[in-house]
Ligand binder design. Structure first.
Ligand code: CP
Ligand code: NVA
Length: 302
């Protein structure tokens, strides 16, 4: 396993399944009050340059359940918000902390942070990727459907950070991945290159993508940082909605997943959201367990 978790493309299939297996074990043990102070007295710095509910809370609770401490660092209040180079921030924070989780815009900046830091760096979302979310997603699918290999994952909507990470995560787990986005909003070119020759299909037709799907994902039409494009995107993405009609072409047992926050009436209807709320909130819960696994492996050499 590499020092950092920056994107799922950096993982091998055995590494991915090791994380998922540790996550399952940590979840089971937490439910049975078996503590694992693997990161006793260790500190995770948590840098946020974008908003968060799940990532912030699940990382802070997760490190504390592992015996360590989470330190919230607002990007705008750090000197890096005033232009201190990321190379210097990395080398300074490496002297105090045992790991860093960062949520920001630029993937390149996170890669540079990891290059200069001597401690593990965990990507808590960039414009390019959301690896921790997709680890929780794969964990949730396996929990509900018992396996990942051979299942059909479908993603409907914007070719954003979630689409990029789901494609890589799904293919790494030997799932079939079908994506429907508008032509001008396809997943990142590097992800399309990764997917080439693998069980990946892209279409503009949401019904084609969701045909016989075992699990259907969607995400917001305008991500954090794209607020100014929200109105235009509302027009472009009309029709890219997970609703009752769409679910009719998927498997009868199909799961629906959403990383949250959800915009009911846009990418998903309120009815479908509520009908699948159990799975969606299991998915949110599993952020905690999947990230505890990532921290235990990277910061505790598990
Ligand atoms: N899904 C997710 O990352 O949620 P937050 O933005 O609340 O962290
Ligand atoms: N694509 C969304 C995911 C939020 C968890 C965003 O980047 O805002």
């Amino acid at each position: 396993m590499k020092k950092d978790l920056l994107k799922l493309m950096d993982l091998t299939k055995p590494e991915l399944f090791h994380i998922l297996d540790v996550a399952d074990q940590l979840k089971y043990d937490q439910k049975h009050n078996i503590a694992h102070p693997i990161l006793k007295d260790k500190t995770l710095g948590m840098i946020f340059e974008k908003s968060s509910t799940r990532t912030r809370v699940s990382f802070e609770v997760g490190i504390s359940q592992l015996g360590g401490h989470g330190l919230f660092l607002s990007g705008s209040e750090l000197q890096m918000g005033r232009g201190e180079p990321i190379e210097d921030t990395a080398r300074v924070l490496s002297r105090y902390l045992d790991g860093i989780m960062i949520r920001t815009y630029s993937q390149e900046m996170v890669e540079k942070l990891a290059e200069y830091a001597t401690i593990p760096i965990i990507n808590g979302l960039t414009d390019f990727a959301h690896p921790c979310q997709v680890l929780a997603d794969l964990m949730t699918i396996r929990e509900h459907l018992s396996t990942l290999e051979g299942l059909k994952m479908c993603y409907i909507g914007d070719g954003n950070n979630m689409a990029n990470s789901l494609i890589v995560g799904g293919l790494l787990a030997d799932m079939e991945v079908a994506v429907a986005t508008p032509k001008a909003y396809q997943p990142d070119a590097s992800v399309r290159a990764y997917a080439e020759g693998k069980a990946y299909t892209w279409t503009e037709d949401i019904f084609e993508a969701s045909k016989d799907a075992d699990v259907i994902f969607t995400d917001v039409w305008a991500s954090m940082g794209q607020e100014g494009e929200a109105e235009e995107r509302r027009k472009v993405f009309t029709g890219y909605q997970v609703n009752e009609e769409l679910l009719k072409v998927a498997k009868k047992t199909a799961m629906v997943q959403h990383c949250l926050p959800a915009h009911r009436g846009e990418e998903i209807t309120a009815d479908v959201f509520e009908a699948h709320a159990q799975e969606i909130f299991d998915e949110a819960e599993n952020r905690l367990h999947a990230q505890k696994a990532v921290m235990a492996i990277l910061m505790g050499n598990l």
